[in-house]
Design a protein around this ligand. Sequence first.
Ligand SMILES: [Zn+2]
Length: 561
Amino acid sequence: MARATRGDEGKGNAEDGSLHWADQMARECRRRVEESPLLKKIVKEKGHIVYDEKTPSGKIHIGSGRGWIIHDAIAKAMKSMGLKGRFILSSDDIDPFDKMNADLPPKYRQYLGMPFMDIPSPEKGYDSFADYYFRMCTDRFEEFGIDAELESTGGRYRKGDFNKAIRTALDKAHIIDRIFEELYGHPLGKLPFNPICEKCGRIGTTVATAWDPDREAVTYTCAKDAVEWAKGCGHTGETSPYDGAGKLPWKVEWAAKWPTVGVVCELAGKDHFAAMGSRDAAIRISDQVYGFPPPYPSTATKTGKGYEFFTVGGKKMSTSKGQGIGFSDITGYVPANMLRYLLIATRPHAVIDFDPENGNDLILLYERFDRTERVYFGAEGANEHEKQKHRRIYELSHIGTIPKRLPPQVQLTHAGVIVQTQPTINDAIATLQELGNIPADLTPADRQYVTDRLLFAKRWIDTFAEEQYRFTLQETVTMDLAPKEKEALYTVAARLKERKWDEMSLHEEFRRIADAAGLPTKEFFRAAYLALIAKERGPKLARFILSIGAGKVAKVLGTIG
Ligand SMILES: [Zn+2]
């Protein structure tokens, strides 16, 4: 098979049988559209809309980030197929504020029951509570390579986009009741519309009691005891349900969005896809009330599968108010490009439990990424199937323009050693060049690539790496050593001064020195680590010594008394 030209987002791959999940999903969406005259018409006008939505009720969990990257990848896969794929993310900012979060001052209790978009922002510089929490994530999208069109669900209500769907829901309230009856054994129990109380501005407390289809008016009460988390003002009124006067209840709203926006694909976390969950209700409402085919992966009768849980955890991270890590905090523990790679390389139906504080998880992620990158650039062999797989993962996960040649890779553990032995990033790069780990001639982009990795390694070592990856080079040797060990290390100091070494020849020399001193190799290495870093184990010795600088090490070993 002809190789996709580097840097063109792999045009053609999606067409010719790529097995990547995003390409498979994009192809399935295309097939559905081709089979439905209704969808065909919508898509012709609006493009293939991949949709996601999030209630900005507080700091948004990293699990939602998985959905954003999945949807972004599907839209990009559609583009690779020549379709007009669009990822739209809407802020469900007209939802009611139903729970205080630990970051909010107590005065926020007064806003319970109000739409998030009508509540002041906890921080200056944002339009509202909703704007603050939504932008905490979306302002970072570029860094994660997520191309999303951002929308406000409340804004759509205000523009009147949902008017038709509201009218239909109210006219067909009996069908919605029947669907709820089938699924949950009881009807919705109210009219499918929640007005915003004209007196107190709350939306979580109102109950619509009557719908007059001729006058297009809803009668409602702002109930004092409708919900436990907010108290209504007791007002009774009548309002037109249109143009932002209120919203549809969640499961009805989910279904109403699909024909209103023209959605062909919308996944969600698997909790939404559970039997009798919100998706189950929404697909029936979409089909029976709106006559609209529910988006991929659902059909009118089958919910399909949601994406699996994505948890990022570790001891230090989980203590933060017990909520798990937020999307906006994740780059403190794993760089955006590595996180995107992890989510693109893993099928959405596989659980991911990633623990950056467990060195293995992080080191393995870097190793996987590096291998994919080498295979992409032909610097590592792989069979045709593997090559195709890695190429597509690289294309879909790469942020920004794909470079023309393999960037200079440095293993995370080695980068961790270098940043602990060199005072500055420039010294670290110079050392890597001396060691022959990276080329002597770096383009500015190459240099940035290495710098990013070193900076992350430094953050890792300084803030959350396990003890085994951290060390302090001793200025004078303080540990007790046996005479044979001292003798061997004196010899090391002498040899280091004699000539210039490379990693391999120095390693060989260590074996000879240990033999000559009558020391088992294992004991020799243990003695060297004790002398240099006061630990029994450490990074690969020859490379470690060269990373620090042979002269510097000889000086330390010279202090053995
Ligand atoms: Zn009220």
